[in-house]
Design a protein around this ligand. Sequence first.
Ligand code: ATP
Ligand code: MG
Ligand code: MG
Ligand code: MG
Length: 439
Amino acid sequence: MRLTRYFLPILKENPREAEIVSHRLMLRAGMIRQQAAGSFSWLPLGKRVLDKICNIIREEQNRAGAQELLMPTIQSAELWRESGRYDDYGKEMLRIQDRHERDMLYGPTNEEMVTDIFRSFVKSYKDLPLNLYHIQWKFRDEVRPRFGVMRSREFLMKDAYSFDLDYEASKAAYNRMFVSYLRTFDRVGMKSIPMRADTGPIGGDLSHEFIILADTGESAVFCHGDFLNLQVPGADVDYANDAAVADIVNAWTTPYAATEEMHDEAAWSAVAADKQVAARGIEVGHIFHFGDKYSKPMGASVTGPDGKEHPVSMGSYGIGPSRLIAAIIEASHDENGIIWPEAVAPFDIALINMKVGDAACDQACDELYAALTAAGKDVLYDDTDQRAGGKFATADLIGLPWQVIVGPRGIAAGEVEVKNRKTGERETMPLTAVAARFG
Ligand code: ATP
Ligand code: MG
Ligand code: MG
Ligand code: MG
């Protein structure tokens, strides 16, 4: 992509409304634009990151046996009356009427709708386990939308829903999602810590929030330092082996970790003082087992091996990709801008032509662009007539992992400079070696 053709509305000034660094940098880097309180357009650079994140989530959901579908954003109030949540949900739910004065709502979550799909088609335990997910916009009329896409009103969510015959099987389903979350957050370059979360009136121990540590996080969190060195399961994790998956969950739930609401001073004081990490965190994912909370009132049951009807045991599993992007930036930036982990960077390489119009520089850049693109890299080619200093500032701000810098002096010697955005390390190499370096 040539920068002269790319829609990248960089802001020179720090936007005053942005209180935290991720919000500021997303606005400055031209990733998002606010349209109303808590509502944002994703501009091309932001959309590229969103797509990368969603693809990683998708791959890990699929690997763990979940299947993607897509449910509507607008839902009928009828379904929510069946579960009893239409009245319970309160003001966070955006309620709408259609032209026939039928009550509708913009979905804040999809338990009711997915339960309706399930009960319409699945009648036998032989069709279980089943896990269905989608990646779809949600609307929650938050009391205090703030921090940009971190807490917005309209936001993207991956929500998965598992259906099983009994508690034991649904616990195995829960464990698979637990492991897939560990892998997902690891792949986007983040350390996430699963923390016991409140299960509310349902009780039980099957609810975890996945937290990324960051000073600007909204929750106070307490965890054992060992989490920072725990091994994340590899791509070869055997999801068909319930015991092996349970072992991983066990390892990741043994050291102490809790958010403020679940914090237990007695257990905390048993953690060695030099291992106590009291910090702030961002909730990027949440998994929850709730049994027959929806299947019972909504009549979602299957015939078991005993020939009897059983309401299915369910769980739900959410990740906020839009919030996750903000959390990544909170955890990965410096005074010059964003530092994208390679897996989610909007482009891999910023190709910087320091002297557009210089025949040798232009030609070298054209060749590099073609070669890097052929090597499968996403390249943003700064072919604008800005001064070199401005180009470096832009490249640092938008945080692409690599900069390939082409200037007249280097080219005269057949050389270019390659800079790593994260470490700041620079390396001079022959023009002809660049494509192989990234191949
Ligand atoms: P919070 O405690 O921050 O209000 P929540 O517990 O209400 O979040 P869940 O219902 O658990 O959220 O939704 C699953 C995921 O969706 C969250 O872990 C988070 O990543 C994301 N999410 C929830 N609310 C928002 C929001 N207002 N803006 C952006 N992402 C959100
Ligand atoms: Mg909430
Ligand atoms: Mg929460
Ligand atoms: Mg939650």
